[in-house]
Design a protein around this ligand. Structure first.
Ligand SMILES: [Zn+2]
Ligand SMILES: [Zn+2]
Length: 60
């Protein structure tokens, strides 16, 4: 038995921004481009109540 939570393990989905493997269930989708984002790369824009990928957040 593993002592770590399942979501702390590397998952099957690779983040295209940081190349980290994660579970898409704990990730997010960019509101602008709809690409999956890992929990590390996600950018939360509180004013817009939106989550964006680093690319959409930085490029606008
Ligand atoms: Zn990432
Ligand atoms: Zn995006």
């Amino acid at each position: 038995m593993k002592s770590q939570a399942w979501w702390a393990d590397p998952g099957p989905d690779e983040c295209e921004f940081c190349s980290r493997f994660y579970y898409v269930e704990v990730g997010y989708y960019c509101l602008e481009c709809d690409r999956p984002i890992c929990p590390v790369c996600v950018v939360t824009v509180f004013e817009r109540q939106a989550v964006l990928c680093p690319e959409c957040h930085g490029g606008q």
